[in-house]
Design a protein around this ligand. Sequence first.
Ligand SMILES: *Cc1c(COP(=O)(O)O)cnc(C)c1O
Ligand code: SF4
Length: 386
Amino acid sequence: MDHWRDPSYDTRPALWADATYEQWTDWRWQQRARARDLDALDACANLSPDERAAFDASSELFHAAVTPYYASLIDRDDPGCPIRLQAIPQPGELVTYPFELDDPLAEEAHMPAPGITHRYPDRVLFYVSHNCPVYCRHCTRKRKVADPTTAASRAQLSAGLDYIRDTPAVRDVLISGGDPLTLSDERLGELLVALRAIPHVEVIRLGTRNPVTLPQRITPALCEALRLARPVYLNTHFNHPREVTPAAGRALRMLADAGCVLGNQMVLLRGVNDDPETVLTLNRKLLSLGCRPYYMLQCDMARGITHLRTPLSTGLAIMDHLRGRIAGMGVPHFVVDLPGGGGKIELTPDYVRERRDGPHGPEIVFRNWAGEEFVFVDVAADGDRD
Ligand SMILES: *Cc1c(COP(=O)(O)O)cnc(C)c1O
Ligand code: SF4
C-alpha cells in the first residue's frame, strides 16, 4: 500500500464538505457527484449574472458538467480564472458567427464506418465514447460530445474494429471520443487487446483529459489494462500550470510506469494560456513529469467558441519565446487543423531575415531566438561550390 494522500481533498468546495476522503478519491463518486445544474455550479464558482444567463441559454446546446476535483481548482472570486473559463459557460458561447462550423474538421464526412474518421492514409481516429468528466467549453466536438444518445454502442465498437481489421493501410489507431476513459476498465481492456491482435496496427494512441479533470480515474486496474497493450501513446490535454496538481502528477507517474508514452495536446485559449510565460511554466512542469508537449493547437472554428480564440500571431509569439528557454523536447508543434478536413498544418516563426547571393554560394541571414543575426552559407542543389 502506498501512503500517498491527495491534498485536493483539503481544499474541496463547501458543496462537497460532507464527502469522505474515500469518496473524494473514488472516480465513480467524482463522476456521480459532478456539478451539473445552476445551483451546484454557483456553489463552486460564484457565478456572475452573465454566467447564470449563459448557463440557462447554453444548456440545450452543450451541457455543463464539472467534477468536484476540477471544481476545487476554480478560484471562486476570480472572474478570469483559467479553470473557470474552461469549465463554466460564458456569455461568448451564445454569440455565433457565419464562418463557424458545427463540424469544423469535417470528421463526419470522412467516416467510412460509424465512429471512424480516416483522413490520412495510415491512421484513423476511433471514437469510443461521447462522454467526458468535464465538458470543456472549447470542445471542438461539441456537436456530439455530452449527448448520450450518440454514444458508441458495443455493436458500433465492433464495426469500427472490423473496419480497422479489414484496412491494412491503417498502422496507427488513435482511440478518442469524448473521453475513452469513460469506458469501464473491462471494455477498454478488451478494445486494446483486440487492436493489439491486428498485425498491421503498429501504433496505438489514446487521447484523454482524465489526468487533468479526473485523475482519480487512473487506477492500478486501468494501468494494468494499458500495460498489457504497451506502449500506448497517451496524449492528454493540460492547458494551464494550475492543472498540474499533485494528483495529476501522480496519475502521470502511474501511466508512465504502465509503459505509456506521455504527450500533451494544449489548446491555445484566450485568457487561459495565451501568454508565453504561462506556456513555458506549463511545459516545464510537464517535462519534469515525463510528459512531452506534443501539440499546441490553434482553437478551431467550431460554433460558439470564437470568444476563446487567439490570433495566429499569439501562437507564433509563444513558439518564439519557448525556443531557447526550454529543451527542444518542451517545444510543441504549433498546428492549425484546417476547416473542411484539410488536416493539420504546422506554423513556425519566421527565422529568415534575408536571402542573398554570397561569394561562396547562396547566403541566408537568420535571426535566432534572442534576435541576433547569423549568416549561413548554403550549398547549391547540385552540390557545386565556388
Ligand atoms: C489529428 C488527427 C490525427 C492524428 O494526427 P497526428 O498529426 O498524427 O497526431 C489523425 N486523424 C485525424 C482525423 C486527425 O484529426
Ligand atoms: S475532454 Fe476533450 S472531448 Fe471531452 S469535452 Fe473536453 S475537449 Fe471535448
